[in-house]
Ligand binder design. Structure first.
Ligand code: HEM
Length: 149
């Protein structure tokens, strides 16, 4: 029970950190930024990456560690798999912005860099997918989408 509670807590605070960092990145982004401003976004992006790792670890342990419900409760639930697919999609979408921020944070800190439209679009798409997941989580945690016996 205590372990389950701790894992759920970790799962939730990771979600807060993910939403917080992604919204901050979006707010800090502008069409043109200095390399030092991009370096700041890269640091926020690192928090985002760390939070994604703790979220995934807590989620996987809740699923396969059987601290609460049996693993099959989730394994045989298509809504749970949809939730995982969206999480993977968000991860894939974040690759390009992350590489862009790291690459462009180096060099003369006062130099102006034009931010490609695709970076804005990918962050917006990540936010959109992120806001769908809690609804899927709420449904699957109540057994909606279960296809086992
Ligand atoms: C951005 C990604 C994610 C978000 C926003 C999210 C959100 C949530 C929320 C809101 C709950 C609580 C559901 C409830 O009690 O009503 C939850 C539970 C859970 N999540 Fe996630 N989650 C994410 C990623 C993951 C991943 C990647 C995994 C597994 C690898 C996972 C596994 C679980 C499990 C096993 C539970 C427990 C469900 C239950 O109460 O039976 N989650 N998640």
């Amino acid at each position: 029970m205590t372990t389950e509670l701790f894992l759920r807590y970790l799962h939730f605070i990771s979600i807060f950190a993910i939403v917080g960092s992604l919204v901050s990145e979006h707010m800090l982004l502008q069409k043109q930024l200095t390399r030092s401003a991009i370096a700041k976004i890269a640091r926020v992006d690192a928090v985002y990456g760390l939070a994604a790792i703790t979220l995934l670890s807590a989620g996987l342990t809740l699923w396969l560690g059987e601290f609460g419900k049996p693993a099959v409760f989730y394994t045989k639930n298509w809504i749970f798999h949809t939730k995982l697919t969206l999480f993977v999609l968000i991860g894939l979408l974040s690759i390009y912005p992350t590489i862009f921020f790291i690459k462009n944070s180096k060099g003369n800190p006062d130099e102006i860099v034009t931010i490609p439209k695709s970076v804005f679009m990918m962050i917006r798409l990540e936010l959109l997918l992120l806001f769908i997941i809690p609804m899927l989580a709420g449904l699957m945690s109540r057994g909606v989408g279960f296809f086992g016996n």
